[in-house]
Design a protein around this ligand. Structure first.
Ligand SMILES: [Zn+2]
Length: 310
């Protein structure tokens, strides 16, 4: 019986795998610390395939118990044809037919998509977005990503690149971005900018964001103000989304969302103040629920949706 799916979350420095049951619970896990594998594409794929085989063996299952394999990857993915078009942070990955490569090795239906899309699917079916038809999931980290569920399905765009929230310009003029644009949202709220700002405020080059969070928790005025200013930027970026899409829900995930208690109120206040009345009244801003597991659990949704659509 096909009760399980396997989720693979390919990150910038590591790969997380999980065997997921029908109700979205991860029943077995594996972890590949694979920075060195990234140098060789075939080695990386072999490692992933090996880890999938181990997961199936570990639970004494066979291929036919597995409904499908879902992979989320950080880059431009043609999910329809199953091709990795480009991974900006992993050298050598251009136009790789990953879906067919894995299917040929394991004889299990395989589906691939952009990592933020997969996280969005997870939060939609099993996390903060359960029961909603229209939502956006925003991931705050080194990059700022966005995934869209519109009218009850994932919206990928004509070229599979919809939802590039981090590259919406916040100003007419501003610093150049590696996307080719300038004054991008990501510049104001991405980890790189926040770390630089924190280093300046606290006069410490090595300060990390969890520490700024701890300081805020202990009532440090400068730390509280730091998160408040960050929240104002996030709110400003989201006003356009709220006005444009008239969503019911915006889910905020990623590392920075750990500070939601210092962000949520201000983000909401900015949206109430600046977004149009009908839209701002209807939208709720909440923290993501699945944390680091969103990619693995979301892969189950990716598999199920893809099989349903076939
Ligand atoms: Zn940009």
């Amino acid at each position: 019986m096909k009760h399980y799916t396997i989720g693979v979350d390919v990150g910038g420095t590591n790969i997380k795998l999980g065997l997921v049951d029908r109700s979205g619970v991860i029943v077995a896990r594996a972890f590949l610390d694979t920075k060195s594998f990234y140098k060789r594409k075939t080695k990386l794929i072999d490692e992933i395939v090996g880890a999938i085989r181990d997961l199936i063996d570990e639970k004494k299952l066979v291929s036919k118990d597995i409904l499908g394999i879902g992979l989320g990857l950080p880059g431009l993915i043609d999910s329809k044809r199953g091709i990795v078009n480009f991974l900006p942070n992993v050298p050598g990955w251009k136009n790789v037919p990953l879906k067919s490569i894995i299917q040929k090795k394991l004889y299990i239906p395989t589906f691939i998509d952009n990592d933020v899309n997969v996280i969005t699917l997870g939060e939609w079916k099993f996390g903060a977005g359960k029961g909603y038809k229209n939502l956006m999931c925003m991931t705050l980290g080194t990059g700022v990503g966005g995934g869209l569920i519109l009218n009850g399905s994932l919206y990928r765009g004509e070229g599979f690149v919809a939802g590039e929230l981090g590259h919406m310009p916040l100003n007419e003029k501003g610093p150049d971005c590696n996307c080719g644009g300038s004054a991008c949202f990501e510049y104001y709220v991405g980890n790189g900018c926040l770390l630089k700002k924190a280093a300046k405020i606290f006069k410490r080059k090595d300060i990390q964001l969890p520490e700024v969070f701890r300081l805020a928790k202990h009532g440090n005025v400068r730390a509280i103000r730091f998160w408040e200013e960050t929240a104002v930027h996030i709110g400003n970026g989201l006003v356009g989304v709220v006005n444009l899409l008239n969503l019911r829900l915006i889910v905020i995930g990623g590392g920075v969302s750990n500070n939601f208690q210092f962000l949520g109120k201000t983000i909401n206040a900015v949206i109430r103040r600046r977004a149009m009345r009908v839209q701002s009244k209807m939208v709720k801003i909440v923290r993501a629920k699945l944390g680091d597991d969103a990619g693995i659990i979301g892969a189950q949704v990716l598999v199920k949706e893809a099989i349903r659509e076939r």
